[in-house]
Design a protein around this ligand. Structure first.
Ligand code: NAD
Length: 486
């Protein structure tokens, strides 16, 4: 594959900067693109363009016209579907079937759903008595925040970026997106979509580069940025919150997790195995909602572990365009070093390696890729580093439990609180446990089933704020009260 050039998208134009960094394919390590790194000047130009666009035609567009434009963006994404698939496959290295089923359709849906929300959700109205008997009327108007900085991670890049850009634009804001340095392509491609459907210049901008002392920090510390929406690691979220304190700007933070699956002996066994294999290994374990702790009720523990082992060992690793591929590589060699360091720590702590535990033997053409084996451990407790820290790889620690009360306490004994998956056929228990687990999303007998109208976010150190449906409007707009004395 010939390396391509990926440029910043500022004020409707693709911009070089003269400073390039390489993007490598995760599956073979080959350079697939060079990316123009934005410095302070380009970030400033993007923010200024976004600010000017607020008062230009975009700011004057009626909600109905904005809604039409968001639908046009979604339709153009559908028309360019395979281009987005290719961008995501080569950036992430994950199987095409997953990207066709999840990333790209959800990317288009993120524009449609928030177009529908802004069109249909009303604000409040109050009639008020006054001493002169004539009264007053109060109504609320939703106003955009202004320029929203969108800081994105590398896992599910298109889905997670549009999850922020869709509602931000629906609410009338303009955006400057900083995609992850690992996954620049889909964001750059979205600029072409914006131009094709006639989104005014400056409404959508993309700056490429790194985080600290680079494009990410230049953007989040820019005084003309009105709000910051972020998805990524908890540590980075904390740094962004500090940056947002200057100017007292609002933040929405979707951060890390150490999610528990809870499998009761009365579960539908096959469904629980299928769901747990997906939640541990989808996207090579690089899903914020993925499972890294599996609590299994003791009577089915051995049977469950051997079924998980069989599933993990049956996982077919390969290139993203091969329809037989079930799992791709990790995003980069750096991330592989991190994941493998946990594989080592698990053994040092005395874990039993049930499946995987190392680097798979790949064909010569893929040896330069960031491959790791899907891995299952037993034999460690809740206090081990493997049970406490987010690894973000295709691995899980499986632990037995004896009672509902015990497993709730253990699942909650963690700094994170993003998601859980509860597997049981006992209806009362499902409600009880879902109510007691400290997370933003509790799935019962499923995983990753998402209705985009529902609140999404994390408890504890997994997040601040909720997005999704009307909750996104709460973040991306400010309500103004208009009071009219009659
Ligand atoms: P990361 O925090 O390393 O990077 C995310 C983004 O922040 C990148 O664009 C990066 O360049 C930028 N960045 C880094 N430092 C910055 C700084 N000081 N100022 C401004 N920008 C900065 O995260 P990652 O490794 O790309 O993604 C994986 C993490 O994301 C995992 O922890 C995962 O759980 C989390 N995640 C959470 C959700 C969720 O919805 N809660 C979804 C997906 C991923």
């Amino acid at each position: 594959m010939k390396a391509r050039d990926i440029r910043n998208f500022i004020d409707g134009e693709y911009i070089d900067t003269g400073r390039w960094f390489d993007k490598r394919a995760p599956y073979d390590g080959q350079v697939i693109a060079r990316v123009a790194e934005a410095g302070k000047a380009e970030v400033d130009a993007a923010v200024r363009a976004a600010r000017e666009a607020l008062v230009g035609p975009w700011g004057k567009l009626a909600v109905a016209d904005r809604v039409d434009m968001l639908y046009a963006i979604a339709n153009e994404i559908d028309r360019r579907f395979e281009d987005f698939v290719e961008a995501e496959m080569t950036d992430m290295g994950q199987p095409g079937q997953f990207i066709r089923h999840v990333d790209v359709p959800r990317g288009a849906a993120n524009f449609k759903i928030f177009a529908d929300v802004i069109k249909n959700v009303s604000t409040e109205f109050f009639e008020m008595a006054t001493p002169d008997g004539r009264g007053a009327l109060n109504y609320s108007v939703r106003k955009p925040l202004g320029v929203v900085a969108v800081i994105c991670p590398w896992n599910l890049p298109f889905l997670l970026m549009t999850w922020k850009v869709g509602p931000a634009l629906a609410c009338g804001n303009t955006v400057v997106v900083k995609p992850s340095e690992e996954t620049p392509q889909a964001a750059a491609l979205l600029g072409e979509v914006m131009n094709a459907v006639g989104v005014p210049k400056g409404v959508f901008n993309v700056v490429h580069g790194f985080g600290p002392d680079a494009a990410g920090e230049f953007l989040t510390t820019h005084p003309q940025v009105s709000a910051i929406t972020f998805t990524g690691e908890t540590r980075t979220g904390a740094a962004i919150m500090r940056a947002a304190a200057d100017g007292a700007r609002p933040v929405s933070l979707e951060m890390g997790g150490k999610n528990a699956a809870i499998v009761f002996a009365d579960c539908d066994f096959d469904a629980a195995i299928e769901g747990t294999l997906r939640s541990c290994f989808a996207n090579c374990g690089q899903v914020c909602l993925g499972t890294e702790r599996v609590y299994v009720e003791r009577p089915i523990f051995d049977r469950f572990v051997s079924a998980l082992k069989k599933g993990a060992e049956g996982m077919q690793l390969g290139r993203p365009e091969d329809p037989a591929t079930g799992m791709g590589p990790l995003i980069s060699q750096e991330h592989r070093d991190k994941v493998l360091s946990y594989y080592k720590k698990a053994v040092e702590a005395g874990a039993t390696v049930v499946a995987g535990g190392g680097v798979p033997d790949m064909p010569d053409a893929l040896k330069g890729g960031a491959w790791v084996q899907p891995t299952i451990w037993t034999g460690l407790g809740d206090d081990s580093v493997i049970a406490r820290e987010e690894i973000f790889g295709p691995c899980a620690l499986v632990m037995p439990f004896d009672s509902e009360e015990e497993v709730i306490r253990r699942a909650n004994d963690n700094d994170y609180g993003l998601a859980t998956a509860i597997w049981t056929t006992n209806l009362s228990r499902a409600h009880r446990v879902a109510g007691a687990i400290e997370v933003g999303i509790a799935w019962v007998n499923s995983w990753f089933l998402r209705d985009l109208r529902t609140p999404f976010g994390g408890a504890k150190q997994s997040g601040i704020g909720r997005e999704g449906g009307v909750h996104s409007l709460e973040f991306y707009t400010e309500l103004k009260n208009v009071c009219i004395k009659l």
